[in-house]
Design a protein around this ligand. Structure first.
Ligand code: ZN
Length: 241
């Protein structure tokens, strides 16, 4: 083989797989298409988001805290949990928070295997049936993305939203650590990821997130931040209709 090729082929392969892995895994990667992980703004505004719910009693506790502080947030729900908790789903909408689609059952291989993204459509269906709204926003489970999934979203007039600040919540750190990780990385325009559920596990313990939330709100408020929903932050519609 030509000696140049001997070096070039492995380099090209490494670059190719590196790009694919980055596009698939990194929440901010736009290698496969447009997504939103934050917005550029000089204003001290941020969006709180809660994933994998509804999951009681934690989602209701979070809604109570948000109500006390008069803050609107964005909840990325799974279809399966909407079936478990229709009343909570309706409360989210009734209290003028925003609901986004977070797949039916949070399967790790869904973005790869589900070429038509039927899972997303099924989840849209149950959210509309239960809460009367059809989300404009989709957040991929684990932040894993594929080109065909982004293409399907575009076809349906939806947008993909990931995040720019996360506490690594699935590991359940203590409340002060969750709060510290969030506030130390927050900037104007951040989309903050928290969890009221844990994939589809029913009643998954989110006590630490609930306890961290007032700390996050207090510290960021003191620093001059205000809280908006993701559609308000991105200046997009919350729902398709
Ligand atoms: Zn999730």
């Amino acid at each position: 083989m030509n000696p140049t090729l001997t070096y070039a082929i492995p380099i090209v392969l490494v670059l190719l797989f590196g790009t694919l892995a980055y596009g698939f895994y990194a929440p901010r990667a736009e290698a496969f298409g447009k997504l939103y992980f934050a917005t550029k703004t000089p204003d001290k505004v941020v969006a709180l988001t809660f994933d994998d719910g509804p999951n009681e009693p934690y989602t209701s506790q979070i809604l109570d805290i948000l109500q006390q502080h008069d803050i609107k947030a964005t909840f990325f729900v799974t279809g399966k949990n909407v079936v478990y908790y229709p009343e909570t789903t309706r409360r989210i909408v009734a209290e003028r928070h925003v609901i986004g689609n977070h797949s039916w059952d949070h399967k790790v291989l869904q973005p790869i295997m589900d070429v038509q993204n039927l899972d997303m459509a099924r989840t849209q269906g149950i959210i509309e049936k239960v809460a009367g709204v059809e989300p404009h926003l989709f957040r991929p489970p684990f932040g894993h993305k594929t080109p065909w999934q982004i293409e399907q979203l575009k076809k349906h007039g939806m947008v993909m939203v990931t995040w720019s600040v996360s506490a690594g919540n699935p590991g359940q750190p203590v409340p002060s650590i969750i709060a510290q990780r969030i506030v130390s990385h927050t900037k104007p325009g951040s989309i903050i990821l928290l969890h009221d559920g844990n994939e589809t596990s029913h009643g998954a313990d989110r006590n630490n997130t609930v306890a961290a939330l007032p700390l996050i709100i207090e510290i960021l408020t003191r620093e001059g931040y205000t809280f908006v929903t993701v559609p308000e932050l991105l200046k997009v519609e919350p729902y398709l209709h």
